[in-house]
Design a binder for this molecule. Structure first.
Ligand code: MRU
Length: 372
């Protein structure tokens, strides 16, 4: 997508140095556009853990480049295999919920294994990371193509009046490599001339909606309103939301959806008010080994994300304290929406029920042994 009319991806190889990968440091958006270089495993792990990059697909893509750095660094290691394994573990430990991290690390580890020597490993790791990024762009574009008719239908039913779409967190192009998941159908509808308006949940504590989704949509000229997290239910009760579309960090093969904290409450409100609740996801976000959403590890982050709030003051990004000195805070970063509350999943292969049957119809090759 574009920033100031210039096309960007969220992660890319430095045009003059293929040993360097560049990212947008998302901690400073929307106020400052800062581009950081990543050159080491340590820097890739730090970027994921401290959320310079975030969003399930982008976490996976960054980890894939982390493995490329591991191969480059292994040139000065005494035990190459051991060095690469330690790097994979270090990257794996950065964030627990998004399955794309494990998926990308497994794909890299398997690809690298086949190499005859270290030079080959470096070349294969570089190609695999680039492939993961290119494939993600393609997948997210397809999610948009499959999601577009859902918006188009609502637009026709409303005789062309703006379709009001509620989204939570940021499942936009900067959460992926490009296009986004939840935002891809929205971008494609807007580009086709369909009137849309997006209700953007602020998404406390880190405000990925207010800071990132609002910024993205604004850069693309999409009408939107930022709302505090508690407004969605009221809007739905008053017929002001035509559909919800959210992303996911991990979806079980039975259709339970882990996503940013607060998603479950929106799904409950949508269910109670007959508003369709869609989850847009690449198949790389499906956990093919997980049957029950309540077994998905839920990240708990630093309580300072809750007690402090960040914003722009006199042209400087500042954090200020929100809570009394003596109050503790709990910071659960994700929740699980049971499949029964999900109207359908929008994937790169089409739309399906949030159920084992529905998912396997789109991905029959994933049919596995249920004896577990
Ligand atoms: O903590 P974050 O910002 O990494 O959480 C992001 C989300 O919850 C997104 O909705 C999800 O990763 C889908 S991104 C296409």
């Amino acid at each position: 997508m574009k920033i100031n009319n210039k096309p960007f991806r969220s992660i890319w190889v430095h045009p003059e140095d293929s040993k360097v990968v560049q990212i947008i440091d998302q901690r400073y958006l929307p106020h400052q556009l800062i581009i950081n270089d990543l050159k080491t495993v340590e820097e890739a792990a730090h970027a994921i853990k401290e959320m310079l990059v975030r969003g399930a697909p982008l976490i996976g893509a960054t980890a894939a480049y982390g493995m490329y750095f591991a191969c480059l660094e292994a040139q000065s290691a005494t035990n190459v295999e051991e060095y690469i394994e330690i790097a994979a573990n270090q990257l794996m430990e950065t964030r627990p919920t998004a399955i794309n991290l494990q998926w990308a690390l497994n794909r890299q580890t398997n690809a690298i294994k086949s190499a005859k020597n270290l030079e080959d490993k470096i070349a294969i790791a570089f190609k695999t990371a680039n492939d993961i990024c290119d494939e993600d762009v393609d997948i997210c574009k397809k999610i948009g193509e499959f999601g577009l008719p859902l918006i188009e239908k609502l637009s026709k039913e409303k005789n062309g009046a703006p379709v009001n779409i509620l989204t939570h967190c940021n499942a936009g192009w900067i959460a992926t490599v490009d296009w986004g998941t939840a935002t891809s159908p929205i971008y494609q509808a807007h580009d086709k001339g369909i009137a849309v308006h997006v209700w953007v949940d602020e998404t406390r504590p880190r405000n990925q909606g207010a800071r990132l989704t609002a910024w993205e949509l604004g850069e693309h000229g999409i009408p939107h309103s930022v709302i505090v997290d508690n407004v969605g239910g009221h809007l739905m009760q008053h017929g002001m939301v035509d559909m919800c579309i959210v992303g996911t960090d991990r979806t079980t093969y039975t259709g339970d959806v882990a996503n940013k904290i607060g998603t479950y409450l929106k799904a409950l409100a949508a269910h109670d008010n007959g508003v369709p609740f869609y989850v847009a996801l690449p198949s790389t976000t499906i956990d093919w080994e997980c049957k029950d959403g309540f077994t998905i590890p839920i990240e708990q982050r630093d309580s300072k994300e809750v007690t402090l709030i960040q914003g722009l003051h006199e042209n400087e990004i500042k954090k200020v304290q929100l809570t009394p000195d003596k109050s503790n805070a709990a910071n659960y970063a994700f929740d699980v929406t049971p499949a029964r509350l999900v109207t359908a999943l929008i994937t790169e292969k089409g739309i399906c029920d949030a159920s084992e049957d529905g998912i396997l119809k789109l991905f029959p090759e994933k049919h596995f042994d249920y004896a577990q």
